[in-house]
Design a protein. Structure first.
Length: 442
């Protein structure tokens, strides 16, 4: 058990996700907690059991305070996590650089709850009273001329890189010699996306379980992370993978996760009052509770064999299975191409596959295929192995395995709304040309 726990922690699995894998016995909880604290993330064995029982990230942050100390050992503020300390210092820099009306806000996995151990911190400086569109030049001038000089003098920050030529200019930092930080300017779209994903994460623990395990698997398989200087080596952003995971939960016949209204997440400010109730009152009561093992396996199996790769559109906005020729996707970029289609929930013309070359797309599909084959042989990859070691059954186990979606004689889903485009070969499942190797259905 101890070896499995160490492998899980080394892979970056958050403890609150680990603790929801199954109803663990008291002894197992103690083993997990002791392994966690002995790994350097905590120093008080008396807190182990309480810590292990805490399946909430807010409790987790407080328990991890000792492990979040600066490498140099110069910080005695053990009551706050490194993320909280970093945000506090960034806010002080923001006020000095731009004034009291400006705020530094975190976005991405640190806010949505989809963070894995070792994740960096994404933050952007915003003015809640400013509704004007910010262009790249204004962002560069703010980051370069106002923030960077102050950060260069700050004892806890190191400027690692300046990516000012990107669509969203980024100042890359390192905080307390261990936390990577990406700072942007007026990146309100990222804040909106974060609020959107966070709302889904709060619907049910299964959502977080699936997204976190998908991210861990993708990272270990080398198919996640688009921020690469060499365009040919770029992979999907974690945002796109998260959309794929949410879509799977939405369209699965045994899960049918509730769709959240896009209009409830405006670009500026808090949710509009007219749509607040439409989000706060949304409830999802899954027909069955699915173990994390079955969630990740079902996700990979779905996109390997059952998803209409090349014509079906991953659309969290609509939450229903449709091909790219449907009128709802008339604005989708490259919808006519035989590629993986992932619609941005807010920018309907944006296809999130845009960072992928065909070769990298092939690698993604092959990684899914290889992992499914390995799981069917009972040989899960190292990052997923702890899920196959920990027990599934037990008198108090609430989990059930979902049934696979129905397919017709061609292996295609019977739930797609519109007919397959005439120029797509049904036998090929419309995979990219580089994937047409007769692998489907194996």
């Amino acid at each position: 058990m101890a070896e499995d726990v160490h492998a899980l922690l080394k892979a970056g699995v958050p403890m609150d996700v680990l603790l929801r894998i199954n109803d663990l016995e008291r002894r197992q909880l103690q083993d997990i907690a002791q392994a966690w604290f002995s790994s350097g993330s905590g120093q008080n064995p008396q807190q182990s059991l309480d810590f292990a029982k805490a399946a909430d990230l807010r409790v987790l942050k407080g328990s991890r305070a000792e492990g979040d100390k600066c490498v140099s050992g110069g910080h005695a503020d053990t009551g706050r996590s490194i993320y909280e300390r970093c945000m506090d210092e960034l806010q002080k820099v923001t006020v000095k650089a731009l004034g009291a009306d400006w705020r530094m806000k975190a976005y991405g996995s640190a806010e949505t709850g989809f963070r894995v151990e070792g994740s960096d911190l994404d933050a952007t400086v915003v003015n809640p009273f400013c509704k004007e569109k910010c262009d790249g030049l204004v962002a560069v001038e703010a980051l370069r001329d106002k923030f960077q000089p102050l950060l260069n003098k700050h004892p806890s920050f190191w400027v690692v890189d300046e990516i000012y030529g990107a669509k969203v200019p980024i100042l890359k930092l390192c905080f307390e010699k261990q936390l990577e930080v990406d700072v942007s300017y007026q990146n309100v779209k990222a804040l909106r996306n974060t609020q959107f994903l966070k709302a889904y994460a709060m619907m049910d623990p299964m959502v977080k379980d699936l997204v976190v395990w998908v991210k861990l698997w993708a990272k270990s398989a080398g198919v996640c992370g688009a921020a690469h200087r060499n365009w040919a080596d770029r992979n999907l952003f974690s945002y796109a993978l998260t959309c794929m995971a949410l879509y799977y939960l939405q369209v699965h016949p045994d899960l049918k996760m509730t769709r959240l209204p896009i209009k409830a997440f405006p670009l500026h400010g808090v949710r509009e009052d007219a749509h607040r109730a439409s989000v706060d009152d949304v409830k999802w009561s899954p027909r069955s509770r699915v173990h994390a093992r079955e969630l990740i396996k079902g996700f990979l199996q779905f996109y390997k064999s059952e998803f209409g790769w090349g014509y079906e559109v991953v659309s969290v906005r609509r939450g229903r299975r449709s091909s790219s020729d449907h009128e709802a996707y008339s604005a989708l970029s490259y919808g006519h191409k035989r590629r993986l289609h992932i619609e941005d929930p807010f920018e309907h013309s944006r296809n999130l596959h845009c960072v992928l070359t065909e070769e990298r797309e092939e690698k993604l599909w092959q990684a899914m295929r290889d992992t499914v084959h390995a799981l069917n042989r009972g040989n899960p990859p190292a990052v997923l192995r702890p899920l196959w070691v920990l027990p599934l059954d037990g008198p108090s186990c609430p989990y059930e395995a979902p049934s696979l979606p129905a397919t017709d004689a061609r292996g295609r889903s019977t739930h797609l709304e519109s007919e397959e485009p005439a120029n797509v070969s049904p036998s090929s499942k419309a995979l990219p040309a580089t994937l047409l190797k007769g692998e489907l259905g194996v």
